[in-house]
Design a protein around this ligand. Structure first.
Ligand code: DX5
Ligand code: ZN
Length: 230
């Protein structure tokens, strides 16, 4: 199947990094070529885990010019979107499941000057996005139940990527599809061929002995999947 968006990016997910050496770990993936970093914000309500807030994003902003992709796993994103943009987020994604006024929330993100993304839990159908596809800057499909790094990829996510890519192409839209959870060497080719472009990888990068080398290997696999050598 032809993808309308052609570039693939691997986004190291900092949740799996060693927080005591965060700057060093970021430098490792950036020197291997990472140009986007994924930041998971969890509130202990929407998901059963707590992670980082705006002070961490501010600190990361000071040490990188690269794209900071902030994934909000919180019940009241509208209250926090402005402060995360102020802290330095280049893109902010919010969960469909907690946004009764999703159109308004996406426009709130865009009005702050960031790219607006919407995230779907594994149990939320792609069809729930029909009315906002011409507003979004990107869509994130969760391939694990959000809350923790290092979980197993849910294979049904491939079908959701294909479905979304078809909807996008049919409507002549051009937003990237992001995938998050359990992404690694064993499923990367299938994910890219299904139509995803922004591939978040936590454990498969920071769980490796050399995160920079792990990043490079994943990026190579993803590029070959997009443009197979004959
Ligand atoms: C899970 C987070 C992910 C997580 C991915 O709720 O949204 O970004 O860090 O980690 P891996 O790649 O280890 O599944
Ligand atoms: Zn995430």
């Amino acid at each position: 199947m032809k993808n309308s968006v052609q570039m693939v990016e691997i986004l190291p997910s900092l949740l799996s990094a060693d927080f005591a050496r965060l700057g060093q770990q970021i430098a490792q993936v950036e020197s291997a070529g990472a140009s986007m970093l994924h930041v998971d914000v969890m509130d202990g309500h929407f998901v059963p885990n707590l992670t980082m807030g705006t002070p961490v994003v501010q600190s990361i902003r000071k040490i990188t010019k690269n794209h900071l992709d902030v994934h909000l796993m919180i019940t009241n994103p509208d209250a926090f979107v402005p402060v995360f943009i102020e802290a330095g987020a280049d893109s902010v994604s919010v969960h469909q499941e907690v946004c009764p006024h999703l159109d308004r929330t996406l426009k709130l993100i865009q009005s702050g000057g960031a790219k607006a993304g919407v995230v779907l839990n594994p149990s939320t159908p792609v069809s729930t996005l029909t009315e906002v596809l011409d507003v979004v800057d990107f869509v994130l499909i969760m391939s694990v139940n959000p809350g923790f790094g290092g979980q197993k990829f849910l294979p049904n996510s491939l079908q959701k990527i294909r479905q979304l890519a078809e909807m996008r192409d049919r409507r002549n839209l051009n937003f990237p599809i992001e995938i998050d959870g359990g992404v690694g060497a064993s499923n990367l080719v299938d994910i890219v061929r299904a139509g995803a472009e922004w591939l978040v990888a936590g454990n498969s990068i920071f769980g490796a002995p050399d995160p920079g080398a792990a990043f490079s290997a994943l990026r190579q696999t993803a590029r070959e999947a997009l443009h197979p050598v004959a």
